[in-house]
Design a binder for this molecule. Structure first.
Ligand SMILES: [Zn+2]
Length: 149
């Protein structure tokens, strides 16, 4: 029985070529999207089970998230970043615009909680917060703070 099952290959699958050169990703879950998908498609294909119920629906979930008038998750992020910005502000007022890693730790400022970050070729790390950008030099262990305003 088992041997027979394995040797049964559906023709459609063996001829289908899937490539990922375009490096497109699902907007919701971040999974790579095959180049063969239509250019307009920005989500995974939806998947239904035998009874027709949606079991994978990245587009639907994402749109429902966006539709919520006050998205809880988003509000939490804003709240957190306001606090980080407040901490940075307090630190700059006391320590100036160039600080050490110990200073960051003392003020509980975590670079990993930045909105986005960028590592440049010379090894410095740029962490963007709402009001401030912190450029970190891992060799010197210094962090320079720039106001985004
Ligand atoms: Zn997806």
């Amino acid at each position: 029985m088992d041997v027979q099952k394995k040797s049964k290959k559906p023709m459609s699958q063996s001829t289908e070529i899937v490539t990922y050169h375009l490096k497109r990703e699902c907007l919701y879950c971040g999974k790579p999207l095959p180049d063969q998908y239509s250019k307009k498609r920005t989500y995974c294909k939806e998947v239904r089970n035998e009874s027709g119920t949606l079991i994978k629906d990245c587009k639907g979930i994402y749109n429902r998230l966006l539709d919520q008038p006050e998205l809880e998750v988003h509000r939490e992020i804003i709240k957190e970043h306001k606090t980080v910005d407040e901490m940075i502000e307090a630190m700059v007022a006391k320590k100036g615009s160039v600080v050490s890693t110990a200073d960051l730790n003392a003020y509980d400022i975590q670079l990993t909680s930045s909105l986005k970050y960028k590592i440049s070729k010379n090894g410095t790390l740029e962490s963007d917060f709402m009001k401030y950008t912190i450029i970190s030099n891992p060799n010197l262990n210094t962090h320079k703070i720039y106001s985004n305003g």
